[in-house]
Design a protein around this ligand. Structure first.
Ligand code: CA
Length: 226
């Protein structure tokens, strides 16, 4: 899952980036509202963390409003140093999905990012399930048929992305755009390598079950209940 952080205070921005990366998100950071606008227009971000007070031609509230006017529906969490009821209402009225007052606890930010990523029909609590494969977005435990599977950080992020979109064709571009940040040098071949790693852990050890990670020739991949 990829997060865009729009925050002009470099220390706060970098702390948020590091913290989210530890939780296996890919994170891009921009420091003003105009860059924020051009990045946020990219539909590949799964959540936007938007500071309310920003340099540039708009503040956070105006930026949020403009994005919603242009039908950009990416979930937005607004950060603010102020916590009056009026500010909160203004932020939510501008189209933000959630609101966090600085200083905030990092755990709370993570919890709210995850809440915005949740899709009720596929997702109960913190656990994603496709067939006999489960992935817990809080404990990072992955199991197939009850057997624990150990994944690297990137393998986990990749599987997490697949499991948010069961049965849906995922192209290599989608994977590059949601699982890696913009600074990463990712070649299409890299994706094949990681898909191979995942198959070695998710499918190969379970020869009696049908493979879950399916290649869709000419398009990409999908995960499905075998
Ligand atoms: Ca600020």
């Amino acid at each position: 899952m990829k997060i865009l952080v729009i925050e002009d205070e470099p220390k706060i921005a970098q702390a948020i980036k590091k913290g989210l990366e530890l939780k296996k998100f890919a994170v891009d950071v921009v420091y003003d509202s105009d860059n924020g606008y051009s990045y946020a227009s990219d539909p590949d971000y799964d959540v936007i963390v938007l500071d309310r007070m920003l340099p540039g031609s708009m503040d956070g509230v105006e930026l949020c409003h403009k994005l919603r006017q242009e039908s950009i529906k990416t979930p937005i969490i607004m950060l603010t140093a102020r916590g009056t009821i009026g500010d909160k209402v203004e932020g939510l009225n501008s189209g933000a999905d959630d609101y966090l007052v600085k200083p905030f606890s990092f755990d709370e930010l993570i919890a709210r990012v995850k809440a915005l990523l949740r899709r009720p029909p596929e997702h109960l609590g913190t656990s994603l399930q496709v067939g006999d494969l489960t992935l817990d977005t809080n404990s990072y435990e992955v199991k197939r048929a009850g057997k624990p599977i150990k994944l690297s950080s990137k393998e986990f992020s990749l599987l997490d992305y697949f499991m948010h979109h069961p049965g849906q064709i995922i192209t290599k571009d989608m994977i590059i755009n949601h699982v890696w940040d913009q600074d990463a040098d990712v070649l299409p071949n890299t994706i094949e390598v990681y898909i191979g790693y995942l198959r070695n852990k998710i499918d190969r050890p379970f020869p009696k079950q049908k493979p879950m990670i399916i290649t869709v020739r000419g398009f990409g991949y999908k995960i499905e209940d075998s």
